[in-house]
Ligand binder design. Sequence first.
Ligand code: AMP
Length: 206
Amino acid sequence: MADHHILLLGPPGAGKGTQAKKLCEEYDLDHVSTGDALRANKDMETEYGTPRSFMEAGELVPDEVVNEVLETALENADGYVLDGYPRNLDQVEFLDDATDLDYVFFLDVGRETLVERLTGRRVDPETGENYHVKFDMPEDEEVRERLVQRDDDEEDVVRERLEVYEENTEPVIEHYREGGDLIEVDGEGAPEDVFERLTDAIEDDD
Ligand code: AMP
């Protein structure tokens, strides 16, 4: 089987990161996440300032910075699941020149669910694992006590991120839809159910 090139699109909180991890395990692929890469380099000095200032405000990091991050990540990946990029139409063009895609998925999730998922999300700083205050808390008390909230998961920043998504990234979804490449998947419900919908679509095609 050739290595898949999978793109996961969807609003913040749609479950792209969660599903990307599962797909990488299932198909032995690399996870390319511009959000993760930027979080690991938040204080990197660039001519536009550091990524941190944009991220904490829920705004997009300038294309020049993100494109470089993406290029480096793709160079080191064979098969991959890409999440968090492209977020605007210029990034679509950059991606198009950089690689080809086998599957473009859109995880469809309603706005109320997004806000609930994002504001309730907690991260284990030691493992990077995501949890949720209502749906998925760790059993281990030590882990429970060290969970933190991402700065950009606070409610006012979440609202800003959703607005930035509507303005910049919805046209990206439309672009792939018009090209006939978009596979729309219901992203509501348990992660295992969403995962099954994704793998069914991949396996139907193989
Ligand atoms: P994420 O983890 O994908 O939600 O990304 C977190 C934050 O990183 C975003 O709110 C942006 O500030 C920044 N970011 C991630 N990917 C991109 C991208 N493709 N273009 C611009 N900014 C990005």
